[in-house]
Design a protein around this ligand. Structure first.
Ligand code: IPM
Ligand code: MN
Length: 361
């Protein structure tokens, strides 16, 4: 049986507990042979001790191993001289140095997770936001201008290669899904502000070029302001949404909010050969180390990792394990006896982990 080496970076705050929970669940789902986990340092606390937020040995492992599973990074007060947060630099260095160009954020209403939107049932909200992850407004991070403390600018960068590959990724993803809940149509919605800025008109034009090769997938457009209303009023219309980096960052949190919050929001940051899997939440230092955090987002990110590895390596055992992990999470939430605090329950991190492991057994 093939085995896969996974680099784990537990990180800061609740990172260690949610990462350890996900590892326990993945081991339960896959057995001890299929996945081999190895922990590496990284994050704001490590930076405070050593001056390195992402040590070279950690980066080398992330580059050479099959996948990365991360808890969370960032601690209040641990910042660089320019005021930016150190913890964020861990994600950003991995994204840019490993060219993880597609940040995949599923937005799905699970049974047992209350949506703040009235009248929507599990199955009716099930779409994926694909956020371009290596350029857009983030291309200027660390490169913006601050002139005499009077003028400051950041530049939004769009490249043909960058837009083409994230658009193609999105259309291929729509091809693999079963369409939007509302009408079963395979659809890619391009989220931009093409009506105002040339860079977004460029983004849209390249998405149109890519769409020409997918006559089985419908292309749809929504301005970034308008889509925030549509995501609340007609969430069942969406199948795949593709957006520039900064817009994707913003609408993915809104989407997570419509299905229960960041505690249930998984993410997969994918390049040609590398994948970083982590919950979309932060390090929540206020509840760190108290067994209060929900591990669901990291566990579901682990399921995304199994599915991605299964597709990358044509390994049906991984694909089956991914389904089992997602089904176990949904079954535990639907049963209602063990629900995390952010979804209205009182279950601890350990309670959630053990309930999902029991379900898997
Ligand atoms: C996210 C986060 C990151 C981002 C931060 C932590 C760097 O908000 O992954 O959504 O801004 O992309
Ligand atoms: Mn964000």
């Amino acid at each position: 049986m093939k085995s896969y080496d996974i680099a784990t970076i537990e990180g800061d705050g609740i990172g260690p507990e949610v990462c350890q929970s996900a590892v326990a669940v993945l081991k339960e789902a896959c057995g001890s042979e299929l996945l081999r986990f190895e922990a590496f340092d990284g994050g704001a606390a490590h930076y405070a001790r050593t001056g390195a937020v992402l040590p070279e040995d950690t980066f080398a492992a992330c580059k050479s191993m099959h996948a990365m599973l991360h808890g969370a990074a960032g601690l209040p007060g641990v910042t660089y001289a320019d005021g930016t947060e150190v913890g964020n630099d861990l994600h950003l260095q991995l994204r840019f140095r490993l060219d993880l160009f597609a940040n995949v954020r599923p937005i799905r209403l699970y049974a047992g997770a209350e949506s703040p939107l009235k009248g929507w049932q599990p199955g009716q909200i099930d779409y994926v936001i694909v956020r371009e992850n290596t350029e857009g407004l983030y291309a200027s991070r660390g490169g913006g201008i601050n002139l005499r403390g009077e003028v400051s600018t950041d530049t939004l960068v769009m490249t043909r290669k960058g837009v083409e590959r994230v658009a193609r990724f999105s259309f291929d993803l729509a091809r693999r899904r079963k369409g939007a809940p509302r009408d079963g149509k395979r659809r890619v919605t391009v989220c931009d502000k093409a009506n105002i800025l040339r860079s977004y008109a460029f983004f849209r034009a390249i998405c149109d070029e890519v769409a020409a090769g997918y006559d089985d997938v419908e292309i749809d457009y929504a301005y970034a302001d308008a889509i925030t209303v549509h995501m609340l009023k007609k969430p069942d219309f969406y199948d795949v949404i593709v957006a520039e980096n900064m817009f994707g960052d913003i609408i993915s949190d809104l989407g997570a909010g419509t299905v229960g919050g960041l505690g249930i929001a998984a993410s997969a940051e994918l390049g040609e050969r590398h994948g970083l899997f982590q919950g979309a939440h932060g390090s929540a230092p206020d509840i760190a180390g108290r067994n209060l955090a929900s591990p669901i987002a990291t566990i579901l990110s682990g399921a995304l990792m199994l599915r991605w590895l299964g597709e990358q390596h044509a390994d049906p055992a991984l694909l089956a394990a991914a389904d089992r992990v997602e089904q176990a999470v949904e079954a535990v939430l639907a049963e209602g006896a063990t629900v995390p605090r952010d979804l209205g329950g009182s279950a601890s991190c350990t309670d959630m982990t053990e309930a999902i492991c029991r379900r898997l057994r």
